[in-house]
Design a protein around this ligand. Structure first.
Ligand code: AP5
Ligand code: MG
Length: 191
């Protein structure tokens, strides 16, 4: 199976490139942000709890997030070509949990694609999207906080995956199709 982690800061293009990867390789998509926003939309207890974190640009606690991810992964079943993990893992405990979950299924991460975009461009993209997205966290103040959390808690994962020999850095600025053509080369080399 093709198990891809798409890694990058808020607004780096994880969702945009995931759509292209799904179209090309037919893998399943797990976007933890989308999963949580769906719960918010449905007004569930989990959604209410998630909103209290997301709207402030804070992370959902690891133990809860890991439980949610495990349930979503189980629900996909075994009859899939692979999974693209978008927005998970975001912390070292989440990365360790994912390795364990995949090992339990005799699987492992095939590659980690890291989209590199500078902070000014990220803020610009998020503020621009905020005009139409309806996302409470798409404003400059919250975007800056999301970015701080990314630098403090998520970026250390880059070293974790470099040490595992899995991290591939991809420039995430410019034409979306050109970025995807770089990603495609990386995936074709591991599939
Ligand atoms: P999540 O939904 O994952 O948000 P995020 O990581 O902040 O990233 P975004 O979805 O905003 O951006 P993206 O990288 O997908 O980029 P996109 O393609 O949309 O998480 C939201 C929240 O949920 C978190 O803050 C946290 O609270 C919680 N959460 C989620 N997962 C969690 C976890 N594992 N643990 C704890 N908490 C968790 O692109 C962005 C914009 O740029 C779009 O408008 C797009 O059209 C545009 N764009 C894309 N590519 C380009 C390009 N090349 N040039 C110009 N514009 C571009
Ligand atoms: Mg996204």
């Amino acid at each position: 199976m093709l198990n891809i982690v798409i890694f990058g800061a808020p607004g780096s293009g994880k969702g945009t490139q995931s759509d292209k990867i799904i179209e090309e390789y037919g893998v399943a998509h797990i976007s933890t942000g989308d999963v949580l926003r769906e719960e918010i939309k449905k007004g569930t207890e989990l959604g209410k709890l998630a909103a209290s974190y997301i709207d402030e640009g804070n992370f959902i606690p690891d133990s809860l997030m890991i439980q949610i991810l495990a349930a979503v992964l189980d629900a996909l079943g075994k009859d899939i070509k692979g999974v693209i993990f978008d927005g998970f893992p975001r912390t070292i405990p989440q990365a360790l949990a994912l390795d364990e979950m995949l090992a339990d299924r005799d699987e492992e991460i095939s590659t980690v694609i890291g989209l590199e975009v500078d902070d000014a461009e990220l803020i610009h993209r998020i503020v621009l999207r905020g005009r139409t997205s309806g996302r409470a966290d798409d404003n400059e103040h919250t975007a800056r906080h999301r970015l701080e959390n990314y630098h403090h808690m998520t970026q250390p994962l880059k070293k974790y995956y470099i040490d595992e020999g899995k991290y591939v850095s991809i420039p995430g600025v410019g034409d979306i199709n050109e970025i995807f053509s770089h990603i495609k080369k990386v995936i074709d080399a591991v599939k």
